[in-house]
Write a protein that binds this ligand. Sequence first.
Ligand code: KIV
Ligand code: ZN
Length: 532
Amino acid sequence: METKSFIFNVVPPNKGEPKWGIVLLNAFPKKVRIFDTTLRDGEQTPGVSLTPDSKLRIAKSLDKLGVDVIEAGFPAVSEGETEAVKLIAKEGLRAEVCSFVRGTKSDIDAALKCDTQSVHLVIPTSDLHLQYKLKKTREEVLKLVEESVQYAKDHGLVVELSAEDATRSEFNFVKEFFAKGISVGANRICPCDTVGVLTPEKSYKFFSDMSKTFKDTIISAHCHDDFGMGVANSIAALRAGAHQVHATINGLGERAGNAALEEVVMALHLIHGVKTGINTKLIYGTSQLVSRLTGIMIQPNKAIVGENAFTHESGIHTHAILSHPSTYEPISPEIVGVTRRLVAGKHAGSHGIRASLETIGLHPTDEQLKEISMRVKTVGDKGKKVTDADLMAVAEAVMGLPQTRPINLEELTVVTGDKVTSTASVRLKLNNKVVSEAATGLGPVDAAIKAVRKAILVVEPIHLEQYHVKAITGGTDAMVEVIVRLRKGDRTATAMGVREDIVMASVEAVISGMNVLMANYNKRGDKQAEKP
Ligand code: KIV
Ligand code: ZN
């Protein structure tokens, strides 16, 4: 561990540019260890329950991401959970695989059956938990620590010992608790901020004291986000001498969740200049996978991985971004594996709109650009979202270009039912050639979109990145609005479909987005006004 002053530059400036930053005094470790608890605390998010297969997929992704420890689950909880933890443990991952256990022999035996390298052994320390949950005295708790840690160590396990609700416990008792655990071989200790009541100042003080007391033991921080300070408290703990942080992808976890891994890591790397083993380029992909498999949507304005974190609409911002990205981007999107998006809307300016149109080879004159911007703003003023497909259609109309599309739907048939696998067959005109494909899916929408993607695969692989659906009127005959975001290479396009039929609305949105991604006026050679 070292104490140092660090002058930070969030985005490394180009040579010759003025540097900016502040001086922080800190005692961060040289490299912070990341203990990922997405598959345990994250899975405790209300409504989340992962199959063993999904847990394995996430574990592999976390391993690639570079976390140091994967808390794979709580084997004593169910047979499915035991199977999942076993699967992950035998995958031969680079990361340490850990089982969650309480201070009981039966929990530790369940972990032993899964063959994980370590256990996260948790016993409460606050009087509140002792009295109302555990129904034990402090003396009994100390005995429990001694017996359970000893038992785990006797069976060859690495032990991370956590004090649950430590931040609402009597501090001297927390110290006594850990001293007892260490005396029988606990390898790492973690005083948990179980209900997120620390503040960065309190966290700094708490962990400074802990690290002075337990100089030779790895200390973890486990901070919940009940007051929105989980990440700040974790950083303060690390700055005060903690070595490892417990975190979850997308900040999943009990109630308001845990410290978000992506936020902690990026703050460490870019604000504090502290390393972790995380390959930040894989952050966005991992976040998307976790969101898809858990079914927990990421709020659009979520730091680092939210839909809007690297999206710009307002004219002032877009103009500045185009002239120098660091004006409004403290993090370069490619560092976390995201692509910057400029979107059209009521606040959009002509620079952003021109840049968006140029990606598809449209070069409006200044006069045309003014008209396009005005029409876009009018749509925005009506409270409507302007997708990339809308922008292209507006530009074509203003520029007098024919709205010819490379992909046109000729026919779609979907078969679905209770005991039938949903199957869709599609016939498209693709660059004037007829292409037919069929696919099965988890439901009619999935089958139909897969069939369309398969059909156009002969020309381009296009991926569906986002899919949102909402009913815009009430009743069973409601109009359904589907908005999609598609990706081809490093380009993305949004599009919308509105129909009474959800399958048709989805297919319309997907085909419309694909048409934006495949549009290339430079190649088509349509006569456009001279580039200004
Ligand atoms: O928040 C917490 O205290 C926990 C423990 C059970 C480790 O998740
Ligand atoms: Zn927790």
